[in-house]
Design a protein around this ligand. Structure first.
Ligand code: ADP
Ligand code: MG
Length: 350
């Protein structure tokens, strides 16, 4: 994963509110790069040394996860993907096996819309290149060839510390999930070290602990097209807010935008949304869910949200209209319109 030039403004947008409202000295901020984005750890009112130790631990942990879970690097996942391509099995440790088990259950619940086995498609589209952005879509025949045998977690078998795939075209890509898992682990680590008020923000995807002094943490959700934030909300202890948008990684070709969230049914970038946000207690599930809901788009997101246990959802459709679950509508305050400024509440027009 490369450092996304689009990811950095997201981070600033999401922290702008917190920063503006906080007397500087009450919040200690630690920053580092991981998972292709800037990670911010803001700690409120805790012992500075304790917070620095926690942040350093988390940075080390994130760097290790980034290496282990990079689909084409020399860590565990890269080794697995190269073995699959040769029709061979590869070693897998209990941590990664557990993670893939969780990913498989989320993939099933999403009806396959969240599919971490489409690594070769991501690569074909040029979105796995850390250094370069793609300039044109791949050949349709090559996309079809990759989908031919059917992707999906059901092709994988894990036994006796080894993993096998029945389809050599499968490559694991945890890009839609890893950040969430990492954020959950960071929160666990902070809590274990005794930090009681903090926010872990990985490029706009975040989870909070405790409060910002005498009020909850407040965050903004980046506008998918305009400047600044489109909405803001208060986030309570243990809650996470994750967003997937078509503005994170994309290229324009012949007047059309091609972005990094692929529809596993077509092998093409999903077209039913430009941004999806969820609020949920578990960051890993939230991360997988926003990817799946983005693919589901404005026609199908309600069923997929129900299947994934997501109650708080906002989706901005391809034409810029905003749709929300009633639960999200209650929590979130729109700051500016998308393109069409009438938010539709899910129950109103199901
Ligand atoms: P971001 O990483 O920008 O926050 P997402 O969480 O939606 O956005 O993850 C997008 C990444 O997930 C892509 O870069 C790719 O690696 C992977 N991906 C793309 N489409 C899917 C999909 N349908 N299911 C699972 N992972 C996907
Ligand atoms: Mg995701």
């Amino acid at each position: 994963m490369r450092i996304s030039v689009y990811g950095i403004p997201t981070l600033f947008a999401c922290l702008a509110l917190a920063a503006a409202c906080a007397p500087r000295e009450e919040v200690t901020r630690f920053q580092f790069l991981a998972f292709g984005t800037l990670v911010d750890i803001d700690v409120y009112g805790a012992d500075r040394e304790l917070a620095a130790r926690a942040a350093a631990d988390i940075e080390t942990c994130f760097q290790a996860l980034h290496r282990d879970w990079h689909p084409w690097g020399d860590g565990a996942l890269g080794t697995i993907n190269r073995a699959f391509a040769r029709g061979e099995t590869a070693p897998i440790d209990a941590d990664l096996a557990g993670l893939l088990g969780e990913a498989a259950s989320l993939s099933r619940a999403s009806g396959g819309l969240f599919d971490p086995t489409l690594g070769r498609l991501v690569d074909l589209w040029g979105f796995s290149d850390d250094e370069q952005s793609p300039v044109a879509p791949p050949d349709a025949a090559r996309i079809r060839a990759l989908l031919d045998e059917g992707l999906g977690m059901q092709h994988l078998r894990i036994a006796d510390g080894r993993i096998a795939s029945s389809n050599p075209d499968i490559a694991l890509d945890l890009g839609g999930f890893a950040k969430g898992v990492a954020v959950d682990r960071a929160v666990e680590r902070l809590r274990a070290l005794g930090v009681r008020n903090a926010i872990v923000n990985a490029g706009g995807d975040l989870r909070v602990i405790g409060r910002h002094g005498d009020r909850p943490w407040r965050i903004g959700i980046r506008h998918p097209r305009g400047k600044g934030v489109i909405a803001e909300l208060e986030v309570h202890d243990g809650e996470s807010v994750f967003t997937s948008g078509d503005y994170e990684r994309y290229f324009d070709y012949q007047g059309r935008r091609y972005h990094h969230i692929l529809d596993p049914r077509t092998g093409e970038p999903a077209t039913g949304a430009i941004s999806v946000t969820v609020l949920h207690r578990n960051a890993a599930r939230a991360d997988a869910a926003v990817t799946a809901l983005f693919v589901a788009g404005s026609k199908a997101w309600r069923n997929v949200a129900a299947a994934l246990g997501m109650t708080h959802v906002m989706l901005i459709g391809a034409d810029g209209h905003i749709e929300m679950s009633p639960e999200m509508h209650e929590r979130l305050r729109l700051v500016q319109p998308a393109l069409d400024d009438r938010p539709r509440i899910a129950g109103d027009f199901a």
